[in-house]
Design a protein around this ligand. Structure first.
Ligand SMILES: [Zn+2]
Length: 310
């Protein structure tokens, strides 16, 4: 970066922190930067740190990190390291249900080298990302959770949509296995009409009280005896396997005034049976492109799932 550019960044970041430099201060700071870097041959980062400390003292605030001025290095997802601030260029592969009200969005991103979970904290006040779009996630924190790599978007991060296609590694696989578990937030669910989040008791964690739009989905575990895969089935998959579509599910729930009847019925029809699932692997998820009943008993005997839960 040239010094004018660094200076621009410094005043931009300070302005965000509520400090407006006067023209005079800007000129003086630039002159100091030139002196430190060109005359005294001090490395850029150190020079910027010195300058920021000086400004912080003059404005009676605690120190400002020089990390705010320099973007963190861009890395590929397969070389994420814990506790590092990094920049990654990745595609949003899948959005998941937010696990907590402090999370704005959570899901899976991918680049040419692999995938990672991402978490965007609500406090970071970032615009929403969309499935299938590519972004530059600048200055995010890399760490791991339960042995899985993830990045976290905080207030000092930036998310910039980019007009570029990123090819994520497509690991097409076919699995034959039993559906051994269906999660409780499955069946007839309601989604927020604004953000499509699953609403609980009529409340969206983002938009408060909303009139939820009904939808059918199943989150399940498929076990092929060697591995377990998490799958999400949409209305089309569910209708194909059970004959129950959204309208029918709504009718069932209305008749009994109880939506859990739908989940109970789907469990009865789906659990413990065998399926041939085609899809791509993303982390622990198998993104379903096709799912069919599998009735070949001989072949099934070769696949012994570990244990049928529920
Ligand atoms: Zn919402």
């Amino acid at each position: 970066m040239n010094l004018e550019k660094i200076m621009e960044k410094i005043s931009e970041k300070l302005s965000k922190a509520g400090i407006e430099l006067s023209q005079k201060e800007k000129e003086e700071t630039l002159a100091k930067l030139k002196l430190l870097i060109h005359e005294f041959k001090i490395p850029e980062k150190e020079a910027v740190r010195t300058i920021l400390n000086h400004i912080a003292r003059n404005h009676n605030i605690s120190n400002i990190s020089e990390k705010m001025v320099f973007d963190s290095p861009e890395v590929k997802l397969d070389s994420l390291e814990n506790e590092k601030r990094v920049t990654v260029k990745a595609k949003v592969i899948q959005l998941w249900d937010s696990e907590s009200p402090s999370i704005s969005q959570v899901g899976l991103i991918g680049d040419e080298t692999g995938t990672a979970k991402f978490v965007i904290w609500k406090k970071s006040e970032k615009p929403k990302v969309q499935e299938g779009k590519c972004y530059l996630f600048k200055n995010v924190v890399a760490d791991s959770f339960n042995g899985r790599k993830q990045i976290k978007v905080t207030k000092t991060s930036e998310i910039i949509e980019i007009d570029e296609e990123i090819e994520t590694p497509k690991r097409e696989i076919e699995v034959i296995g039993a559906m051994v578990h269906i999660q409780k937030n499955s069946g007839l669910i309601a989604r927020c009409p604004k953000c499509k989040r699953v609403v609980s008791k009529g409340v969206c964690t983002e938009h408060g009280k909303v009139k939820g739009k009904p939808d059918l989905r199943i989150k399940a575990i498929i076990d092929d005896g060697a591995s377990v895969y998490e799958v999400v089935l949409n209305e089309e998959n569910i209708t194909h396997l059970t004959g129950i579509d959204l309208n029918k599910a709504i009718k069932m729930a209305k008749k009994t005034l109880d939506r859990s009847i739908v989940l109970a019925e789907l469990k009865k029809k789906l659990l413990g049976r065998y399926y041939r699932v085609k899809g791509t692997i993303a982390g622990r998820y198998l993104l379903v492109s096709e799912i069919n009943h599998f009735e070949d008993v001989e072949a099934i005997l070769n696949f012994l799932p570990t244990e049928v839960r529920e």
